[in-house]
Design a protein around this ligand. Structure first.
Ligand SMILES: Nc1nc2c(ncn2[C@H]2C[C@H](O)[C@@H](COP(=O)(O)OP(=O)(O)OP(=O)(O)O)O2)c(=O)[nH]1
Length: 409
């Protein structure tokens, strides 16, 4: 049934045309493991706050590969030697670096499939594909595992200034409409260089880096960690917690089989080809199906959580500098118990608090600058600007969520 598709150029709303560098990379894109990314949303439940944010890991992976092509061009033009095999491996690694994300990306990481990170799952997929593609991903895997002797190759894929971040900030800014996140990826890539096989940024690019770091911080607080999005993601995680509780108490719940397969397992078995095969069948549509299958469930908590998420009937959320007192939290739980005749355990699903943290720029694995005098120095040693130091601070906010009750609280 398979038809030969000759298409080698894709249209992307951010960069225009994205060309696919080789026939084999085209075959990787066509593979069902990669096609699955069309059904994995990039930003979890952020679309409940920003209605345009329905783009997927598929768009992001292709965007990253496009930026990697630009980076290779720039570096070669500056005399950095990247041979054809390395070039091919760089495209394959960046294309597949996020292939291990599960339904709703970060929002459900560890919640359905326990005990394994998306990075480990990406590696599992790469290894499985390597077998199918007769070992042609061996170098890509070596780079991804940090085992290749030229560290800049991994730094282009995973570091504080990598193609991943350059694509997701620009892309998420576009799809959310939050223009402040729109970084200048072309200029940042044009400023890259390599010294002793380490990635560096030329000193004249310092203000572009400042803009990039500031935009990243802004995107975290305004978009990724938006209080309503956080509350929605917490509710989705609670939906899975409740499913497991009911399942373990032998209460019948309706579920797609691949969700049932994982929620009844303690840990993903990294050595098992069957676990990977089952994981590859999971995507956002299974989560929507699970929500829809339980909107009329006899259990109040499961039914309410399904309806709240499907119909965006979310909780009231406040950001605070400190956590609310136990007394205040408990009194809100009691109030909810009385109003809806719930047990304390049931009411606690709808009254909760937590904390979110973000650092725009970590001091570990710093961005390195190639100074005008030809020396390589850490970013914070080159610039005296306070704005950079401020970006290294861990910012945290406490959130407090509860239903909108009839007491103006
Ligand atoms: N809605 C939402 N989206 C998030 C959250 N954390 C990350 N994202 C989105 C923003 C980006 O599109 C993408 C970044 O995550 P990735 O898995 O692509 O990269 P990674 O975790 O390595 O990001 P990093 O290099 O640490 O910035 O996921 C979150 O807590 N909520």
């Amino acid at each position: 049934m398979k038809q030969q598709n000759k298409l080698k150029i894709l249209n992307d709303p951010i960069y225009g045309f994205i060309s696919i560098p080789s026939r084999e990379i085209f075959q990787l894109i066509e593979h069902p493991y990669f096609q699955r990314l069309r059904r994995i949303t990039q930003m979890g439940l952020s679309y409940l706050v920003y209605p345009g944010a329905h783009h997927t890991r598929f768009h992001h992976a292709l965007g990253c590969m496009h930026l990697m092509q630009k980076a290779v061009q720039v570096l070669r033009s500056k005399g950095v030697v990247i041979d054809d095999k390395e070039e091919d491996a760089l495209y394959k690694t960046i294309l597949l670096h996020d292939i291990g994300h599960g339904p709703f990306s970060h929002a459900l990481e560890y919640k359905i499939v326990k005990g394994v990170t998306h990075e480990q799952l990406s590696l599992n997929f790469m290894q499985a594909l390597n077998e199918e593609f007769n070992g042609s991903l061996t170098l890509a895997i070596k780079i991804f595992k940090g085992e290749y002797h030229r560290p800049f190759m991994l730094q282009l894929i995973s570091s504080q200034l990598d193609m991943d971040r350059l694509d997701y900030l620009k892309r998420d800014s576009f799809y959310t409409g939050v223009a402040e996140g729109n970084i200048n990826s072309t200029r940042l890539i044009a400023m890259l260089n390599v010294v002793n096989d380490e990635l560096v940024v030329e000193e004249k690019g310092i203000y572009s880096i400042e803009h990039f770091l500031t935009s990243r911080r802004l995107m975290y607080w305004q978009v990724y960690l938006h209080k309503t999005g956080i509350a929605a993601e917490h509710l989705l995680q609670s939906f899975f917690k409740r499913l497991v509780e009911l399942y373990e108490s032998k209460v019948a719940v309706s579920l797609p089989d691949r969700i049932e397969y994982f929620i009844t397992r303690e840990n993903f078995d990294q050595a098992s080809a069957h676990d990977l095969k089952m994981f590859a069948r999971l995507d956002d549509t299974d989560v929507f199906t699970a929500l829809k299958m339980n909107v009329d469930h006899e259990d109040f908590v499961l039914r309410e959580l399904s309806n709240m998420l499907l119909n965006r009937q979310l909780l009231k959320v406040k950001f605070r500098d400190a956590p609310v007192s136990e007394k205040k939290l408990n009194s809100k739980i009691i109030q909810l118990q009385k109003q809806y005749k719930l047990s304390e355990d049931q009411a606690s699903y709808f009254v909760f608090q937590g904390v979110v943290k973000h650092t725009a720029f970590a001091k570990a694995n710093p961005i390195k600058i190639l100074t005008k005098t030809g020396k390589v120095k850490e970013l914070l040693k080159v610039t005296k600007e306070d704005s950079f130091k401020a970006l290294t601070k861990v910012a945290q906010k406490h959130y407090y969520c509860h239903p909108k009750l009839n007491d103006n609280s």
